[in-house]
Structures are given as structure tokens and as C-alpha cells.
Ligand binder design. Structure first.
Ligand SMILES: *Cc1c(COP(=O)(O)O)cnc(C)c1O
Length: 353
């Protein structure tokens, strides 16, 4: 730290992304919930074409993307915002809808970035513990008086709330914003996007990083009433109106013109998730019921960290968290069937298993 860093950031602990190891032919990367499949051919072709026009600024409104998205999701194009990954739309929500008397609240075990956004914006926050079986107890969020952030399905557990439970949270906080982070919704849950037409306090966020195989392109989005989207755009245009670059806008449009490809990949991920869950359970693992593209698993005789380190030594990367309630577990991204077979085979060779 230099002696010039603003006092308000001197104790800031940044978000720690999963490792991005140098990939060799041997590496199996199951640690950051990316897709094992390449982006759609259309996404690649549109991005390549767009790369020829980089001398021009990008469209600050993402018009083509918003039109296509609105058509696909049954909303108006003014009910959508695009951002540089969904991390950016979440960040805009913290900026636009939280302050010292409207502080953020989220589960104690959830996407690690929520806490970091609260810290960077100097907002005190409240964490509501998950139940003993790692569920979000939706009633605990009723009458909160706070801005609510819930990942659904949650991470790193993979467990989700039903649409009716989310409706309960929204209806019991009529004067507060409820942000539902649907980063993983395409892997098995029904989206609550249609509810933006029933409730003016709901924001639903999503990303192209997982189901649409575009983590490196950085494309996220938010759905909400026109008024809320206007607020988010006020903040966005005050920070970086050119937040989604030309190639990413084009790639996103290509992906949206190939939704069948995304849907097929999600089906394969769901089959592979069921397969991995079965295989891990056969080996004695406890595996939480996941609606996401990862599973969260622990073993009675193999420490979470020991398994993580052993697999890493064998070029297989999974995600380990050191906190008290999570340290016995690991989060494993659903890869291809071949990758999962290699993973299972390697776990069977764990020295003390
Ligand atoms: C991956 C993830 C995101 C953010 O993804 P981006 O790559 O920034 O779009 C947001 N929320 C959750 C819960 C995630 O797991």
C-alpha cells in the first residue's frame, strides 16, 4: 500500500476470483463455473465482424442487444440494461439503491462480491445466516427495511428458492428494492423476470458468463421497471457510458440469435450434474442438491482443503473456501462427461480414501 491510498480504502479486502491457471492439455478447470463448451458459432462470427469497426466508439445504449433480449424475454427494451459482466450491474445496484439508511442485506453464505461492493461503497451490511441445511430462509427477509440481494440459485451451495418464495420476499418489502441474481438460473430454475411487470421494486440480474459460454467477453444484464432501469442508467452513464465494448455487444447478439445452442448445452450440463452427483455420492460424499452448473460437496474422511490440494497437484482445479462453515466442502463446476470421469478416477486414487 502506498501512503497515498485514500483512508476509506486502507482496510478494503478485494474480491478474490478463482485461480486462472495457465492451461495445458492436461489441465481440467472446474473452479470458476465457466462453461466447458465454446461460445456459439454465431457469437464468434459476429464478434469477428465487429472487430473490423473498432475505430468507432461502441453503442452506449446496446440497442440491438436490448431489442433482441426484450423480444426473447417478453419485456420492453426500456426494461433492460446491459453491463460489463453482471458484476457491473450488481455494483450499479449497490450504488443506486443503497445508502446509510437503506443498507444492503444478503445471506452470510453467498456470492462473495456482495460484501466487497458494500465495503467499497462504505455501506454497513447485514448477513442473514443460511439454515443448518444451507438454505435461504425466505421469511427472514420479510419487512427488512433494507436493499435485499439474493443469488437464486445461491452460490456456492447451488440451492434455490421457488418463484413463490421470491414473490413472498418482494411482497413483504414493498418499499425496498429486491435484487435477484440469476447467474445460474438457466441450469434448472424458472426465471422471475416476468415478475418485473407485477412489482416495481424487483431487479433481476443475469450473465452471459455461465450458460452462454462467454465469461471472457464480460456481458451481464438487468431487468426491472423502466423507472429503475433509468436510475441504473443514470449511474452507469456517470461512470462509463461505453461499458460494453463493440465486440462483446456483437458476440452477445450472436449468442441470442442461437438460443437453441445455449439450451442444448444447459441440458448436457444438467445431465452431467446428475451423473457427478451420483458418482460422488457412491464415493461417500455429501452433495447438496444443486440447480446450478456446479455442485458443493464434502466427504466425511477427506478434508476439503486436502482434496483441493491433491486435485490441484494432479492438474484438476476446483474451488475451495477457507471459512468455518465451508471449509469441509469444495465447489466443483460441471464440466464435460470426459472431464468428470477423469475427476472421479483421480478422486478414487486419493492416497487415504
Ligand atoms: C458468476 C457470478 C456472477 C457474475 O458473473 P459475471 O461474469 O460478472 O457476469 C454474479 N453472481 C453470481 C452469483 C455468480 O456466480
Amino acid at each position: 500500500m502506498s501512503r497515498y491510498l485514500s483512508a476509506r480504502y486502507q482496510s478494503l479486502v478485494p474480491y478474490v476470483p478463482g485461480e486462472q491457471p495457465k492451461l495445458t492439455g492436461e489441465t481440467i478447470k472446474l473452479n470458476t463455473n465457466e462453461s466447458p463448451f465454446p461460445p456459439s458459432e454465431k457469437a464468434k462470427a459476429y464478434a469477428a465482424e465487429a472487430s473490423k469497426k473498432l475505430e468507432r466508439y461502441c453503442d452506449t445504449q446496446c440497442n440491438a442487444l436490448r431489442e433482441k433480449m426484450a423480444e426473447l424475454y417478453g419485456v420492453d427494451k426500456d426494461e433492460v440494461i446491459f453491463t460489463n459482466g453482471s458484476d457491473e450491474v450488481l455494483s450499479l445496484c449497490f450504488m443506486a439503491f443503497c445508502d446509510s439508511d437503506k443498507t444492503p442485506v444478503f445471506p452470510d453464505i453467498t456470492y462473495g462480491f456482495y460484501k466487497v461492493f458494500a465495503d467499497v461503497y462504505c455501506l454497513p451490511y447485514t448477513e442473514i445466516p443460511l439454515t443448518d441445511d444451507f438454505r435461504v430462509d425466505h421469511k427472514e427477509y420479510y419487512h427488512s427495511g433494507k436493499t435485499i440481494f439474493i443469488a437464486n440459485p445461491n452460490a456456492p451451495t447451488g440451492i434455490s428458492l421457488s418463484k413463490e418464495e421470491i414473490r413472498g420476499i418482494i411482497e413483504n418489502n414493498p418499499d425496498d428494492i429486491v435484487v435477484i441474481d440469476e447467474a445460474y438460473v438457466d441450469f434448472g430454475r424458472q426465471s422471475v423476470v416476468p415478475l418485473i411487470h407485477e412489482y416495481d421494486n424487483l431487479i433481476v440480474t443475469g450473465t452471459f458468463s455461465k450458460s452462454r459460454s462467454m465469461a471472457g467477453a464480460r456481458l451481464g444484464f438487468g431487468f426491472a421497471s423502466k423507472a429503475l432501469i433509468t436510475d441504473l442508467n443514470t449511474v452507469r452513464n456517470s461512470l462509463n457510458p461505453y461499458n460494453v465494448n463493440t465486440m462483446t455487444q456483437a458476440a452477445g447478439l450472436g449468442a441470442l440469435c442461437d438460443e437453441e445452442y445455449t439450451r442444448r448445452n444447459c441440458e448436457i450440463i444438467k445431465e452431467n450434474r446428475a451423473y457427478l452427483t451420483d458418482e460422488l455420492r457412491k464415493l461417500g460424499f455429501t452433495v447438496l442438491p444443486s440447480d446450478a452448473n456446479f455442485v458443493f460437496a464434502s466427504h466425511p474422511n477427506i478434508g476439503g482443503k486436502a482434496l483441493y490440494e491433491y486435485l490441484k497437484s494432479r492438474q484438476i482445479f476446483i474451488r475451495h473456501f477457507e471459512t468455518a462453515r465451508l471449509k469441509d466442502y469444495n465447489r466443483i463446476t460441471i464440466g464435460t462427461r470426459e472431464q468428470l470421469d477423469k475427476l472421479i478416477e483421480t478422486i478414487k486414487e486419493f492416497p487415504e480414501a
